[in-house]
Structures are given as C-alpha cells and as structure tokens.
Design a protein around this ligand. Structure first.
Ligand SMILES: *Cc1c(COP(=O)(O)O)cnc(C)c1O
Length: 388
C-alpha cells in the first residue's frame, strides 16, 4: 500500500474560519446565541426560504419536521432506497413506516412514477433526496403530494446552493433539510438546518428543538428577558452551538466560490472520462444548478474489472474513493423490518453494484483530477498490480 496521493475529501478551513470560531469563543457566548440567529438569517437570504431553523444535524432537522407535522404510528413516509440511512432512520423513530420507491438510473434520484405507485391513503410525506447535489424532479413530486395533501420534506444534505429550474433549493418543497457535517459542501463540523416558508412549522420546530420550552436560552438571558419559561411538550435537544454557527457563517459566505471550484473540477472529469466505454457518467439536467457534492461514476457490467477491484486498484495507487450508497434495504436493521427483499429496487441495486465516488473537494487541483482519470482508465482496461 502506497501513501495517499489524492484524498477523497479535505474540508476547506481557512484562517478566517479559524478566527471566526476563536472570536466566538472569546465572546463568552458558547451555545445558541447571536451567531446562530445570524446564520439563520443569512441562510434564509441565501436560499430564499422565509424561515430557517439551525439545528445540530440534517438528521435532527428532518426528525423535527416529521414530529412537528405530527407524523407517527399508522403513517407512511415515502423515500429513496439510494441514500444514507439517516434519511429513513428518522421515519422509524417517529413510529411511522418507511416506504421505499426506486430511483431513476441517470441521476440516482426518486422516480416520480415509482413514488406514485408507492403511495397509499396512509402516506403523510415524501422525502426526496437530491443525490450528489442534483435536484430531484420536484414539479412531478410536488404535484403528487399536492393531489394527496401530503408534505414534501427535501433531504438536501448534498444540495445547498443547488437550484431546481431557477428556484434555489430550500425554497421549493414544504421544508428542506441541509447538512453541515464535516464532509458536506459547507461545514460546521456537525450541524444542519431546516428551511421553510411555513411560519407555523418553523415555530413548532423551534420549540421541539430545545426541550419543548416556549422560550429558549436566547430570550431567557437577553437583557431585560424573563427567567420564566414553560415546558409545553416533550421536546428534544437538537440546537446548534454558537461556535459551530460562527464557522457556518464563514463557510456560507464562501459557499458559491467553493461550489464553482467543484463545478470546474467536475467539468474536467467529464472531459477526461467522456467516451470511456466501461464507465457511465452521472446525468444531470441543464435546467438545474448542481451543487456537485459528489462525483459518482458507475463501472458498467462486463468491464474487465469489477467495482470492488477498481476501488482496490485505485487505493493501491494512492487514490481514495468511496461508495454512495449501499441501498437502505441491504442494511441489517432495514432487512429486519421485513418489508423488502433483494430485487425490490432493481435500479438502485444496479447503480450500487457499479458505483464509485471519485475524489472531489474545492482545493483539489486539475492535475489531481487528471491523475485520478489516468489511473481509472488504466485500471478499467485491466491494468494493475493486485490480483484478485
Ligand atoms: C450526510 C447525509 C445526511 C446526514 O446529515 P447529518 O448532518 O450528519 O445528520 C443525510 N442524508 C444524506 C443523503 C447525507 O449524505
């Protein structure tokens, strides 16, 4: 095993990021306070949603939205099998039943026809996942939801800064959850946010975020604020710290520049790899703006090397890759639910069988993209030192 030549990912943390966190520490206000409020306002301006609740993860944002809508036992929520388990774990936590609908081959996103077929009178929400940062077919999904009066909660963990047909993600469905996890397009280490134009939803999420208290710490300790508060319901503890929000504000300020860097690197990947017979490149809609969180290629069936061999060979050459995603119904916790079996989602299963996520991060150089592509082309043609 050689050393790492091209890492899969590196976060973009500069001196201004470090300074912003240090200033937050020095301010003496460590938990949710002025930086959280400012980040919420800046995210609202950025994505066009009137209300933003900053919370401690994308997972929390989705859990709180489902809870705020009163979704629970007896209800069903439709989502994609081609996602991280966090998307559907929260459905189970509410007591509702996750229902999976297969994806489209070209962009890994929910197929509206499969969603329609999966809906029942018990369906209360649809969770589209904007896989790799390409927006889902929102017009079709919203039409299905409107006709049956169900909510649309976007999992935009990959898609901050993306736009669906001219509308920024965050201002499209009923509510949108963003992730600021360490590897995401902008990061607070751990963190997330819920964006919505529904004031009542945002208010209710705010109460559920902090123990069910009707006044949060900010109001309680604000000059002239009252010490009195009421616990109106059994809430959670999902608030974001001011330290994290201080970092988030700096990250958001440079997000468009980071996304442009990702886009340029992806264009180079396309130029280099277009025409590779053993490889399928990700599809995207020109009418959308992509956030390019990931660049997922697919090793075609019948290629001289399997997906697993490609990953091993690239690793042997110092190139780190990953796989997004292991379909939900392959995981043991989901298998134990007993709802699905292998073969139920043929498109997701076929995509997974060939998927390789190539290195992509804003500070990556074009020479590194070329390196990855040269190695990949060679491996795909059967080159390599490892024997399986
Ligand atoms: C990262 C990720 C999440 C979880 O985000 P957290 O902020 O870690 O909760 C959810 N969905 C998808 C598709 C993700 O990639």
């Amino acid at each position: 095993m050689t050393g790492i030549r091209v890492p899969f990912f590196r976060p973009d943390i500069d001196d201004a990021d470090v300074e912003a966190v240090a200033a937050s520490l020095r301010s003496g206000w460590l938990t949710s306070g002025p930086n959280v409020r400012a980040l919420e306002a800046e995210l609202s301006t950025y994505c066009g949603a009137r209300f933003v609740n900053a919370v401690n993860s994308c997972t929390a944002a989705r859990h709180l939205a489902l809870r705020a809508w009163g979704i629970g036992p007896g209800d069903e929520v439709v989502t994609s099998p081609y996602t991280f388990a966090a998307t559907a774990n929260v459905i189970v936590h509410t007591g509702a039943r996750p229902v999976l609908a297969d994806v489209r081959q070209h962009d890994f996103n929910l197929d509206p026809e499969r969603v329609e077929a999966a809906m029942t009178p018990r369906t209360r929400a649809i969770i589209p996942v904007h896989c790799a940062g390409e927006p889902c077919a929102m017009d079709e999904l919203l039409a299905l939801a409107r006709a049956r009066r169900v909510h649309v909660l976007e999992d935009a963990a990959h898609a901050i800064g993306a736009a669906y047909r001219g509308r920024t993600v965050g201002d499209v469905g009923d509510a949108t959850a963003f992730s600021f996890y360490a590897t995401k397009n902008m990061t607070t280490g751990e963190g997330g946010a819920l964006a919505t134009n529904d004031e009542a939803l945002s208010e209710r999420v705010r109460v559920l975020t902090l123990h069910g208290m009707t006044k949060d710490a900010w109001n309680r300790y604000d000059a002239g604020g009252s010490w009195r508060y009421d616990v109106a319901e059994f809430g959670f503890k999902d608030n974001l710290t001011d330290l994290a929000a201080a970092l988030g504000r700096r990250q958001l300020a440079k997000l468009d520049r980071l996304t442009e860097a990702r886009t340029r690197l992806v264009q180079r990947y396309f130029v280099n790899l277009r025409g590779e017979e053993h490889l399928a490149l990700p599809g995207f809609d020109e009418a959308n703006r992509q956030a390019w969180h990931l660049f997922v290629v697919r090793v075609r069936e019948g290629a001289p090397r399997s997906r697993d061999e490609v990953i091993r060979e690239l690793a042997a050459r110092g190139i780190q890759t990953s796989v997004h995603f292991i379909p939900l119904h392959y995981h043991s916790a989901y298998r134990k639910l007993g709802y699905w079996q292998e073969g139920d989602f043929p498109v997701a299963e076929q995509l997974f069988a060939g998927a390789v996520s190539l290195p992509l991060f804003p500070a990556m150089t074009e020479a590194e993209v070329d390196d990855v592509c040269d190695a990949l082309r060679d491996v795909l043609r059967g080159g390599g030192r490892l024997r399986s």
